[in-house]
Design a protein around this ligand. Sequence first.
Ligand code: NAD
Length: 281
Amino acid sequence: MPATLMDGKALAAKIKERVRREVENMARKPGLAMVLVGEDPAAQVYEAGKRRDCQQCGIYYDTVRLPGDVGQEELTAAVEELNRREDIDGILIQFPLPEHLDGRVVQLAIRPDKDVDCVHPSNVGDLILGVDSFQPCTPAGVMRLLEEYGVSPAGKRCTMVGRSNIVGKPQAVLMMLADSTVTVCHTKTPDLARECRGADVLITAAGCTGLITGDMVKEGAVVVDIAINRDSGGRLCGDVVFDQAVEKAKYITPVPGGVGPVTRAVLMENTWKAAARHGKK
Ligand code: NAD
């Protein structure tokens, strides 16, 4: 029997509705700011999406646009200005930055209590220690999807394909903290197929169309595809060959409509939580 689809749009709508109701009762509204460097068309699309999400949730939204040739000091100064602003509770930097800029300097500049996507090293440290703080939106969104469909990570074998700082590593940590036994794969993994076939929960974020074929999926596995790629026809797709994997898995996320919308909803939730921590009521 084909897998049950894990409907990210439906879960995102629920999360955002809850945030909207909480925010409705607040006299001082939460605020989110996004720092955009340069004119990358994909980043403009993300920005429009975040603006729309904020509107739906009643969250104030601001974009700080800086030219592609902005200097490091000017960028840091822009972040520090957001750190000081009382109307802004959450700060998001659109990565990747142009090559002449040092992303780590920017991450360190964000006030940790406004770091709603968990990129500041102190928040990353808290995450690894299992201390309650912000969780990065995409991995946190995956955990919410698993929870929504009653998939308990405890005692399961999880294979994470990808080890980036923003997705793969924190996802592996969250699964480990949720009592999964986690294997992390990357481009130097000798036998990716074998590692994937052993997984009860297979999570992939490689950014590689067609990477995970049906024969790499264990019968009855849960398959979560974080990647957002394009196929040869220009259509959005993930790493998983969906038509094949859907016949083997028990649960599977579609792309689009799986992890992406939940990521955006968790950002709204994190912004609301940041505002509450800032004493907004
Ligand atoms: P990245 O390029 O920084 O990292 C990719 C990781 O995958 C690396 O660790 C690399 O070793 C591994 N990898 C790549 N090809 C591989 C292969 N053939 N075999 C094994 N491992 C391989 O990318 P990222 O920023 O982590 O993003 C990954 C994907 O997730 C992208 O498609 C991105 O668009 C998507 N993404 C989606 C969301 C969302 O909300 N759904 C959020 C962030 C990123």
